[in-house]
Design a binder for this molecule. Structure first.
Ligand code: GAP
Length: 539
């Protein structure tokens, strides 16, 4: 499947639209249309049900060290600004960027490297965003091209330095930007803050600055004590939250994959430090299986453990659940969800202040005056375990998923094409979305074959019977072939048709989206049949 086929289907059928399209759109923002909103809601509801409300806290799930509890929260998008200072986002989410006036590319200032090279008295810096051998090879190829030399003349180039970071180069007029053809196209570095800034209250002064949250997780840590004090949850337990997050991404791209406004589905799972490694293993597997059970069952899904050099300074282990999105080069995967073992970093930060690594310890970061750079709340966030008579700071396992990335992966995986006979028996090209029935925006469509002989009335009756139980669609317009085609593109698993035989024996045909098999059932058994089929597809 080519990505543009899916993008066009999403617009044509009302899954996704560019935000503010009539004004030319706004980069990095997407609206979900009538079918898209149902699909995304079904994904979020499946997550909430499978992770939170449907969780059986009396049994030990397969692979879990013991039984555990789950509960939910819905916290605010705007929090006290100190939250982001202690969490590390305020410092970490500040990057210096340079723009290329020629290619319109935008790059992290500290991630461009370059080499000095001279030819016939002209001295320039050739840059690359790669590293090591790849950067050496790229810079040589680009220097040859710039000086209009052939590969066999490579030794005529006078290389005057190894790879150097761009911040060490003062004169941008001699810099050949990555992918540019002319010199001096890079702008001066500009500070770029990935957190959206706003002001609370009527005055837009620095004292009133607040941020739109870049993740939902912090709202959970802030309420850890409230949840423990107001409920009877005992460690080990998890808190789930679904909600909007905002990141002023430098390069939003690949449809909804990297957006500036998106939704996350996050769990913070609190456990005793002694069992945290076993819980980390459990959550990696549990979350991976969730995607498999909902249809991402093939080779395009994988679980990848991070190498030690990829880990954040506080993480004791992180695994990504990744999907081979069609917009990526063959063999590459994009992150759907990260499962991280965060130790006691978050609760400690909100208690003591922003932490940094010093050797193998995490210590409160100090400012120039020797005092904590960002002060924590000072609240004791330790947990008291009655049974063990022990007070400790729990460890956290964090499975953090993106609702929009999951929606995009389910759309990519569902996209299918085949050939089916039309009403006259001629082969017709068909596009259909093979959604898992739990995720399908519409579960069944009801059609009268023609608009006469009581067929519309009977079809309406069936529609009204089903509607209180499922998301059902009634369609009496256009040829039956077109109506099937529309439902195939919407990913509707079943179509129910009232035809002339219905009038004789009170049966209707049910058509299966994937196999195209058709069979007849009595009208009064229609609801039970659909319910049964949806249930068996989900188990
Ligand atoms: N609390 C941890 C956290 O936020 P993350 O890896 O930055 O971790 C978690 O984000 C998930 O949120 C990602 O795996 C992805 O699914 C989703 N996500 C992050 N940035 C996104 C963006 N710009 N657009 C869409 N989804 C995004």
């Amino acid at each position: 499947m080519q990505m543009d086929q899916l993008v066009s289907l999403c617009k044509r059928r009302g899954f996704l639209f560019q935000s503010s399209e009539i004004y030319g759109g706004i980069n990095g923002f997407w609206d979900y249309g009538p079918l898209g909103v149902e699909l995304k809601r079904n994904i979020k509801e499946a997550w909430w049900r499978d992770m939170v409300t449907g969780h059986d806290e009396l049994s030990v799930p397969e692979g879990a060290p013991e039984a555990y509890e789950m509960t939910g929260l819905d916290t605010t998008i705007i929090t006290h600004p100190q939250v982001w200072k202690c969490s590390g986002h305020y410092d970490l989410f500040h990057d210096f960027m340079v723009d290329c006036r020629e290619t319109k590319g935008r790059y992290r200032y500290d991630q461009i490297v370059g080499r000095w090279v001279a030819y016939q008295g002209k001295r320039i810096v050739v840059t690359s965003t790669a590293s090591g051998a790849e950067a050496m090879e790229q810079t040589e190829r680009r220097a040859l091209k710039f000086f209009k030399l052939r590969a066999k003349d490579a030794d005529r180039l006078d290389w005057q330095s190894g790879l150097m970071p761009l911040p060490t180069i003062d004169d941008f007029q001699v810099v050949l930007a990555p992918e540019a053809k002319s010199l001096g196209t890079l702008t001066e570095p500009r500070e770029f803050n990935l957190m959206f800034k706003t002001y609370v209250g009527p005055l837009a002064g620095e004292d009133n600055v607040a941020f739109l949250r870049p993740e939902t997780a912090q709202g959970i840590f802030l309420n850890f004590k409230n949840v423990v004090d107001s409920t009877r949850v005992k460690i080990p337990f998890g808190i789930g939250q679904i909600g909007k997050s905002f990141r002023n991404e430098i390069t939003p791209r690949n449809f909804t994959f990297r957006s500036r406004e998106f939704e996350q589905m996050e769990i913070e799972f609190f456990c005793h430090p002694g069992s945290s490694s076993a819980w980390y293993q459990f959550w990696r597997e549990r979350r991976f299986r969730w995607y498999v059970d909902l249809g991402l069952a093939g080779e395009r899904l994988r679980l990848r453990e991070h190498d030690a050099d990829e880990l954040s300074h506080y993480s004791c282990g992180t695994a990504d659940i990744e999907y081979a999105f069609p917009f990526l080069p063959a063999g590459q995967f994009g992150e759907l969800e990260g499962v991280a073992h965060r130790g006691d970093f978050d609760l400690r930060s909100h208690s003591e202040g922003k932490l940094v690594r010093e050797g193998d310890r995490l210590v409160v970061e100090k400012g120039p005056d020797g005092k904590p750079k960002y002060r924590g709340s000072g609240k004791d966030l330790r947990y008291f375990d009655d049974a063990r008579r022990e007070r400790f700071l729990p460890h956290v396992i964090e499975p953090s998923a993106g609702a929009d990335r999951a929606t995009l992966a389910f759309l990519c995986e569902a996209y299918q094409e085949d050939e089916v006979p039309d009403e006259k028996g001629n082969p017709r090209h068909r596009v259909f979305l093979k959604f898992h029935p739990r995720l399908a925006p519409i579960k069944a469509a009801v059609f009268p074959l023609v608009n006469r002989d009581q067929m519309p009335e009977l079809a309406e009756r069936i529609y009204k019977e089903l509607k209180p139980h499922f998301s059902v669609f009634f369609d009496a317009k256009g040829s039956i072939g077109r109506r099937y085609a529309r439902q195939d593109e919407a990913g509707t698993p079943f179509c129910i048709t009232v035809d002339s035989q219905t009038l004789e024996d009170q049966t209707v045909t049910i058509r299966d989206r994937d196999s195209l098999r058709q069979w007849r059932v009595k009208i009064e058994q229609c609801a039970a049949e659909i319910r049964q089929r949806l249930k068996s597809a989900s188990s």
